[in-house]
Design a protein around this ligand. Sequence first.
Ligand SMILES: [Zn+2]
Length: 638
Amino acid sequence: MNSPRTMFFAFAVFIAILWSNPSLADITPNPSEARSRVPEIYKWDASIIFKDESAYNSAIKSIEAGLAKISQRKNKLGTDTLLKSTLDEYVFLKKTMSKIGIYSELRLAEDKNVEKNQNIHRRAQKLANNFNSGTSFIKQALLNMKDAELDAMLSGGILNEYRGYIEALRRRKDRVLGEDAERILGLVGDNLFASTWPTSDNEMIFQAIMRDINFPKIKDEEGKEIQLSVQAYSKYRASKDRNVRKAAVETFLETLRKYQNIFAASLAAEVNRDVMFAKARNYDRAVEAYLDIDDIDTAVMDNLINTIHKNLKPLHRYIALRRKLLGIDKVHLYDLYTPIIKSVDTDVPYSEGGEMVVKSLASLGEEYTSVVARAVTPGSGWIDVYPNEGKESGAFSTSTWGIHPFIKLNYQNQMDDVSTLTHELGHTMHSYLNMNAQPFVDFGYSTFTAEIASTFNEKLLNDYLLEKYSENDDIRLYILGEMLESIRTTIYRQTLFAEFERKIHEFSEQGTPITAELLNKTYIGLVRKYYGPELAIGADDAVEWAFIPHFYYKYYVYTYATGLSSGIALAEMVQKEGDKARDRYFEMLRAPSNEPPLEILKKAGLDLTKPHVIESATNLMAKTITEIEKIIRKKGKN
Ligand SMILES: [Zn+2]
C-alpha cells in the first residue's frame, strides 16, 4: 500500500503538471454535450461514497435491516447504558443513511434524464422517510423524559459524547405538550417540531392559482407576441427596452390583481395557521416560535429591521444612480431589474478561474488555500465542473461527515462562474473544517450560519478582482455593479420581506382580518419607506406580495440578509485585523452544530443583536455607489 506521504507527493506532482499546462486543463463548455464525453477529470467522483451500485444496494439493505432491529428498542431507553447503545446504533445507521442521501443527490444531478439515476434517487427518498419515522421514537423519548431523570443519566458520564445533541434537543422541551395534544398537532401538520416540512395546503393553493392564471400576451423587443408567464416575467422585466419591461411588469401585476382575494385568502390561512401553532406551544408571537427552531432570539430580527431603517440612504442613492444611468426622469418598479452596467465580455477558462479564487483567499493562510487548491484541481473528484446534457442547472455544495464535500457547477467561462465557484468553495470549506473538528453527532451548521463562509469568499474575490483590474474601468464597474445588486436584493429586499412577514403575523395575532386591501396597503407602505420618494409607484405595484412563494416558508428570508451582512463584516475584519480575526473566524467554522448559532457568531466577533454587522453591508453599499460614480465621472471626461 502507498504511504500517505508518497500519495501526497504523487498528487502534488499531478497538480503541478495540470496547473503548469492550462491548455490541458480546459475544455470548451457545452451544455448539450453527452455526459460520457466530458473528460473524467472534470467530474466528481461519487465512487468514493459507494464503489458501485451493488455497494449502494447493500447499504440500502443494511438500513432496512437496521431499522427493523432498532425498532425493538422502543420503550426501552430508561437507563443511561440502554440510551447510549440505542444512540450508538442510531448514529451508525444515520452515517450510512446520509451517504445514501448524498450519493443519490449526486447521481440525479449528473443527469436527471437517466432512468437509473431517477430510481436511485427515488429509493433514497423513500428510505429517508422510513428512516425518519422509524427512528423518531428516540427523539420523542428524550423529549418526554423528566428533567431530573435525564439529568441523572447525563451525570453518569456514559452519555458524554451525546451531551450536545441531547441538550440541543431538550432546549425546547417545555414546548412539548402531552401525548394526545402532540398526536393532534402532528395530524394537522405542525411544523414547529417536524424534522421535514411538508408543503402546506395553503402553499399548494397558492401554486394552483399560479398554474390556473392565464396571463395575456405581450410584445417583445422585436414586436413579436410572446406569452407572459412567471419565467417570461422575470426575463422581460430586465429588458433593455423600456416599453417591453413596462408591459411585462404592468401586465403581470394587473393580472395578479384580478386574483388578489384568492391570494390573500391563501396567505391569510397560512399566517393564521402559524399563529395557531405558536399559541398551541405557548409562544407569545409566531416570530418567536419560528426563530426558536434555530435558537435565534427575536432581538436579531428587531435589530436587522431597525438598522436597515436607519440606513436607507444608500438605497435611496442607488435609485438616484439608476435613474441617472438609465437616463430616465423617474424610476418605476419596472425599471429595477434592467442592468445599469454593461456586462463584460471576458473569457475566464476554468484553470484561470480556479487560480483567481486560490489567490483571492490568500489572507486565509496556507492551510486553507492548499485545501481549496486541491479541490479545484481537475481530477480531484471534488467538483463537477462543466454542464452536460441532462445535468441540473445551477450550483451547490453538499457534504456528509467523513468524506470530502462535493460541488456542482455549470462552469461556462464567465466572470460570474468564478464568483459561483468561490461561493460554493466557502460552503465546502465550512463543511470540511467542521467535519475535521467535530464527531458525526456534532457536525453541521444551521441555516442561520450557512451563508456566511460563502459570501465571505465572494467579498474577498471581489476585492482581489478590483485590485487585479485596477486599470480596467469596465471590469471594475461590472464587479462593483454586481456587488451593488447583491446588497440591494439580498439585504434590503429580503429585510423588506421579513418586515412584511412580521407585520402580517402581528395582524393575525391582534385579531385583524387579513384582506387583500390590508396586504396591499402594508406591502406598498414598506416599498415606499424602503425605496424612498425617488421610486414612482404604479397602479398595481402593491400586489407584488401575491406571487412571492417565500411568504409560505416562515422567517427564512431574513437569514439571507444576516448571512451576507455577516460574510461582509467578517471579511472586512480579517482584511483589517489579520491573523487574529482569521483564527476567530476558523473557530466559528469549526464550532459544533449543537451550539447556539448566536454564540458561535460571537466567537468570530459578531453580535447580531447590535447594528455593527448590518452596518458593514450598508456602508459597503454606500462606498460602492461612490466608487461607481467616480469611475463614471472619469469615463465621462475621457
Ligand atoms: Zn450558498
